[in-house]
Design a protein around this ligand. Structure first.
Ligand code: NAD
Length: 468
């Protein structure tokens, strides 16, 4: 088998395997090793053993390893991106972009440091804030963006001196295994390891006493299970969870111009992005025009195999998500939604034609829930206060966008939105030196930027009385 787990510096197989399904065809195309509980225990032991020496290297000692890892990803970008297209679905250009973003994140964090801060310095006293590694970090990943989302954990955790075990989602294990296969020749044994499961190793990893930090990206219900499981040993944790991001279009927006951007924001990766626009609020007098402009773009989408350069949209990543989105679509139809285009399965693989839906009540499932697929409701508002209230009336609080010609006014509206990130006249700008994280039930903790590094370290205060 060309894919192996990386445990304690060795590329290993397992007694069990899982089939990996190509969502473009709904057929298995490869197999992945499936780690046993004993292999998970072995990985945790190796990570714990390796951590003190890795931390002792200091930032300068660790940087070259991350640099070499980033170079190895660059050298293998084509094959990793092609594997991603097969297992995740979606245009090869987008998969190449995802892998290059992951490489950029590793290369960026290779240059970063957390430095001691003097909090007080007087003739008699010195107080210094230091940050040291927490220990073994487990990265539990979803299937929608396996490479970038892992790199946002891996870069900050490794450079600060933690050791990392990556557990990808069972439906997208291969790209992560390829990273492990590159890492095997680069990092000391136990510093970075990979485990693939069949949705069964989570509880072991999140409750294990030798795991210091669980960094989880996935759905809100699973995030809550992680929180409960980590409680017994008071683990540190990062939870990056679901969202129901609203786009609010202001009455001075140029509808044709924003239609392009809102379409891209909503249908990136066929809507399977945590920060994708999941509902649109437009002034009543513009709503029909905007919905029609979005429907025109949806109808022009080219669905197909991601390796075909003309493909602009891929399938749903897995059968469960495909069924879930079709169910949300059925409920939107039942609740009086008017489908301007799309909303039906193509009959091949897990493809659903992108849909624009109008006429739904605010209480509709498609408006209230995270659809995580290519179906977008457009809702009309009378006054912008209504749109702000609707955007905030959600248990989620991940991101959102405001669109308008008067930037100051758009920024004032943005300042009223209760999310972790809110973009004005743009979407998905996530600079690596800027933190992101969810408000409310979209998460706890931050990733990226210095705050993302701080979240995987322990604060230590040195408080000294200076000798007379
Ligand atoms: P999921 O919650 O089903 O699975 C995520 C991971 O958790 C998988 O690796 C899975 O094997 C593992 N897991 C399952 N049960 C577990 C348990 N009991 N304990 C520990 N781990 C367990 O999520 P998904 O369907 O793979 O991903 C889609 C979700 O991820 C969406 O809600 C999306 O919004 C969210 N997401 C959030 C962000 C963000 O940054 N906030 C980014 C991407 C995706």
């Amino acid at each position: 088998m060309p894919y192996h787990l990386l445990i304690d510096g060795a590329l290993v197989d397992s007694a069990d395997v899982i089939d990996v399904i190509d969502p473009t065809t709904a057929q298995p195309f490869a197999q992945s090793p499936r780690a046993s509980a004993a292999q998970a225990d072995a990985a945790i032991l190796a990570a714990k053993r390796a951590q003190p020496a890795w931390e002792a290297l200091g930032y300068e000692g660790r940087r070259p390893y991350l640099e070499r890892f980033a170079e190895a990803i660059t050298a293998n970008l084509d094959s990793i991106a092609a594997t991603l297209t097969r297992e995740r679905g979606g245009p090869i250009a987008d998969c190449r972009f995802e892998v290059s973003r992951a490489r950029d994140a590793i290369a960026h964090f290779a240059t970063q440091s957390l430095v001691d801060r003097v909090l007080l310095e007087t003739p008699g006293q010195r107080i210094i804030e230091q940050r040291y590694a927490q220990g073994v970090l487990v990265a539990i990943m979803p299937w929608n963006r396996p490479m970038t989302l892992l790199s946002f954990k891996l870069g900050p955790a490794l450079i600060t001196g933690n050791t990392v075990i990556a557990k990808p989602a069972p439906t997208t294990p291969l790209s992560t295994l390829l990273l492990g296969q590159l890492a095997a020749d680069i990092f000391p044994a136990g510093v970075f390891q990979t485990l693939v499961d069949a949705n069964d190793l989570g509880p072991l990893l999140t409750s294990h006493p030798d795991v210091a930090h669980v960094s989880f990206t996935g759905s809100t219900p699973t995030g809550k299970k992680v929180l409960v499981s980590a409680a017994d040993t008071l683990k540190r944790f990062t939870l990056e969870l679901g969202g129901n991001d609203a786009a609010i279009v202001l009455d001075d927006a140029d509808i044709a111009k924003v239609a392009d951007r809102i379409f891209a924001a909503a249908f990136i990766n066929a809507g399977q992005v945590c920060f994708a626009t999941k509902r649109v609020y437009a002034p009543r007098r513009h709503a029909a025009d905007l919905a029609a402009a979005l429907a025109e773009r949806a109808a022009a989408a080219v669905l197909g195999d991601g390796m075909n350069p003309s493909t602009t949209m891929g399938p749903l990543q897995n059968r469960m998500q495909f069924d879930k989105v079709l169910d949300v679509i059925a409920s939107a139809r039942a609740q009086g939604g008017r489908f301007l285009t799309g909303g039906d399965a193509t009959g091949q693989g897990y493809f659903i034609r992108p849909a624009i839906v109008t006429g739904l009540p605010e209480q509709a499932r498609l408006v209230q829930e995270e659809q995580f697929g290519p179906v977008l409701p457009v809702l009309a508002y009378e006054h912008v206060d209504e749109a702000v209230a609707a955007a905030n009336a959600s248990d989620f609080g991940l991101g959102g966008t405001i669109w308008g010609s008067d930037t100051d006014r758009a920024m004032a509206v943005a300042s009223r939105i209760q999310t972790g990130t809110i973009w004005v006249n743009q979407h998905m700008a996530l600079p690596l030196d800027v933190p992101f994280g969810g408000a409310k039930q979209s998460g706890i903790g931050l990733q990226n930027g210095l705050p993302g590094m701080e979240d995987v370290t322990q604060l230590r205060i040195l408080n000294a009385i200076l000798a007379e």
